[in-house]
Design a binder for this molecule. Sequence first.
Ligand code: SF4
Length: 355
Amino acid sequence: MVTVTTIELASEHTDAAAPSPKGGKRILMASPRGYCAGVDRAVDAVEQALAHYGAPIYVRKEIVHNKYVVETLSKRGAIFVSETDEVPVGARVVFSAHGVSPAVHAEAAERRLDTIDATCPLVTKVHKQAVRFADKDYDIILVGHTGHEEVEGTQGEAPDHIQVVNGPHEVDQVEVRDPSKVVWISQTTLSVDETLETVRLLRERFPEMIDPPGEDICYATQNRQAAVKKIAPRVDLMIVVGSGNSSNSVRLKEVALEAGAGAAHRVDFASEIDPSWFDGVETVGLTSGASVPEILVREVVERLAEFGFDDVEEVRTTTEKISFSLPKNLRADLMAAQGAASAHKRREPAADHTC
Ligand code: SF4
């Protein structure tokens, strides 16, 4: 039987979890892990839209980068498309948590699509920063991964002002019009440490470069990386649950290795776990990316128990309390339907008790 104990460990605390008092094989499970507020909202938006308007609901790109989530929503009637022009004229479409550029909004308007914008509010915040600095005619350096949907969406806000830098190795290639008018912003799901290094090198080249007004790497990314750093030095092997196109999940594997994990593997599903990984392994670390539902982690725990890892210690470095409300137009439709339902109930004749 799997037993789970939780220990609270402040993220600034320097000691990792102590060795198991029982000895033997165990799992150190990072917390926070899994769904962040932006993913929770985006998935909920598709679910509520399916329930309220009925299938099909079109979704531009993967609503969040997770195979299981996309497969589950597809079975319930969501149709995932790559571009807006694949959505029938006049149909309803949800934009993913990663955000879209103004050009995509314009295309949707041209096709008279009913849009539900599930862009994470923390991505929207970065878009607004880009627009504000472009309006002031700054050169904007967007630290992020070329080709990632979030980066495409942010860059699309001000394509003439933004250039993307993928990491420290690209800093030398940056060219700006006026070194005294440069700002950097970033993708929300990067490695905190690598981004700091990129920014340090950028500042060497452009000492007057200004910082974004708030942190762009979001709370969820930072918290999941901090929790992994805490347990990584104590684990022989780190398993990260998450999809290969999830920036957040891929970064967690890299962070685990940098922080001292003996080895690290990313899996979408428990069935991908390879028994040969456990040769000589006493302690397995476990975490999941911000787009991963907890059911997938539970399945990994059950699979690990088959290899004798049935002592689970959850190491919690912080407790997250952030949540976001549903996109405005969807919320309004749901509330109107609720109001209509209760008005209808009030109009129903009182029960006849005369027998
Ligand atoms: S990872 Fe961060 S920015 Fe991305 S959806 Fe989650 S909370 Fe929003």
